[in-house]
Design a protein around this ligand. Structure first.
Ligand SMILES: [Zn+2]
Length: 278
């Protein structure tokens, strides 16, 4: 949405106007934003690198709020081109970790340096043909759509589908994606894509971290060091991680064991988490 009301100074701000506030005002008023129509708690989302303008959102709007439909339509528009209920098993999936963008960093091909002049034209034609083949068999997906796929299509995480993750490697979906209740000793010290629901968020002064608590007594919780937690507020456009309570999440993290023998998942990169309000 384009406008939000701040309960601190009882003013309504446009997104650009809000982005121009001094740092002090920006930080304190950001905590006190509500939807101007229904009063639901709102967040500010700054302009993204791929040109999406700054805006506001609310989580959640009240039932029947007119801004809610507009927000849903905007997110649907953003997700345009994301996969539907199925993924072709012959397609490899390259996970795109660039925030909110369809950028294809790292996958652009570089034409060979060794092309002889006389062959240049045919080599270029061949290059174009290969690009087309590659485009057909490689699908770029951000973590959000992957999470939705995991939630809506249980067959997906048991499949042989190949997933490539920049910096982590290449895996089969059935090896890499594990639902939280299924994590066990054979996963210890592996980096996995774990998914499940957040039931509570707690801060630990002692360990300088945030815990995302998950369902079930024995299920591993997610450990987020404080500096990573701070980056997440901006990346997810939220004012506090407590907003994530109740959300589904997908986390790329290592399975570790605490001194009292509890398994937990260590999140060490703010780009390695996606959340989906339930
Ligand atoms: Zn509203």
């Amino acid at each position: 949405m384009q406008k939000a009301r701040c309960t601190q100074d009882d003013s309504t701000y446009g997104a650009d106007q809000f982005a121009d506030l001094s740092n002090d005002d920006f930080l304190s008023r950001r905590q006190n934003l509500v939807c101007p129509e229904c009063g639901g708690r709102a967040f500010f989302r700054k302009q993204s690198q791929n040109g999406r303008e700054s805006c506001f959102g609310a989580r959640p709007h009240a039932e029947g709020c007119g801004q809610r439909t507009a927000q849903a339509a905007a997110s649907a528009h953003q997700e345009r081109g994301s996969p539907g209920a199925w993924i072709d098993p012959n397609t490899r999936i390259a996970v795109d970790l660039t925030s909110q963008s369809g950028a294809r960093n790292g996958y652009d091909s570089v034409p060979s340096d060794n092309i002889e002049m006389e062959d240049e034209f045919s080599a270029y034609a061949e290059h174009l043909r290969m690009e087309k083949v590659r485009e057909n068999s490689l699908r770029h997906m951000r973590m959000g759509p992957l999470l939705r796929q995991l939630i809506s299509n249980p067959a997906f995480h048991h499949s042989q589908q190949v997933i490539e993750i920049p910096g982590l490697g290449k895996f089969r979906a059935c090896d890499f994606f594990v639902a939280l209740p299924d994590i066990c000793a054979r996963h210890d010290n592996l980096t996995l894509g774990v998914f499940g629901r957040i039931v509570n968020v707690t801060h630990s002064q002692q360990y300088k971290c945030v815990w995302l608590r998950t369902e079930g007594f024995d299920n591993p919780n997610i450990y987020i060091p404080q500096d990573i937690a701070l980056c997440l507020l901006d990346l997810l456009s939220i004012n506090g991680l407590a907003y994530l309570t109740g959300s589904h999440m997908l986390v790329f993290g290592a399975v570790r064991i605490s001194s009292n023998g509890q398994r937990y998942i260590y999140l060490d990169d703010p780009r390695h988490i996606a959340v989906q309000p339930s």
